[in-house]
Design a protein around this ligand. Sequence first.
Ligand SMILES: Nc1ncnc2c1ncn2[C@@H]1O[C@H](COP(=O)(O)OP(=O)(O)O)[C@@H](O)[C@H]1O
Ligand SMILES: [Mg+2]
Length: 251
Amino acid sequence: MTRGAFIAGTDTDVGKTRVTLALLRALQGRGVKASGMKPVATGCRSLTARELSMFAGFYAVGDMINDDVAAIAALSPPECERTDINPYCFDWGVSPHIAANRAGVRIEPERIAAAYGRLAMHCDAVVVEGTGGWFAPIGELGTMADVAQRLGLPVVLTVGLRLGCLNHALLSVQAIGVTNLKLAGWIGSVLAPYMPALEENLATLDSMLGVPRLAVLPYSIATDADASHVVAAAAALFDEPASDRGGDLSL
Ligand SMILES: Nc1ncnc2c1ncn2[C@@H]1O[C@H](COP(=O)(O)OP(=O)(O)O)[C@@H](O)[C@H]1O
Ligand SMILES: [Mg+2]
């Protein structure tokens, strides 16, 4: 059975994409066929000739791309359609509900769930990156929380480790807690070369969030080592529990 996880964040720019890509690499490193998904993306630019080799097969020069989607698509199996990896993409880099309104588009969680279902047919694991924070609006009334709830996946909260993260993390955990979704744990990402009281902040998150710390990405401009930090998290999130495998493995 395909396993999925919804990568939520305490805010925008907190490390959700770094975490999503790290999990994809860690899963693929273990031989798991995994795709990423970014249901709603805002903010596009034109692809340059220099970048083409990175995205061969998915894009042509001059195509409008969103950086998150491009990076996720580049790490996803070729048979996964880009429109399933990213059902909604808007040029304007603003809140989804404002970008969608200007484009005359209604963001429908149902359409996102259908795209997820198609990705799941090709893959053993799907890592879904949310947009903004938990309550980023997608329409007049709806928020990204509705997308997460429609998908029904375990949630991983990305905590961008910077001043203010404790409040943002506690608010997010409370908001996720009133849904019927499982909050599988949190992953910290250190956003600056030096964060005062980093260890104390991590200890506070450990004691106050009430869900497991799955990983921490240390501060690093290079992303090469990111996957190594989430190997155990990928296993915890995506491995089948022994009871799902069928047969009695203890025999
Ligand atoms: N652990 C980290 N070390 C260094 N920079 C990071 C780290 N995590 C995130 N960043 C940087 O912070 C910015 C926002 O991260 P990103 O993953 O794009 O956030 P989000 O997807 O939540 O908007 C990016 O420039 C990213 O490279
Ligand atoms: Mg992102």
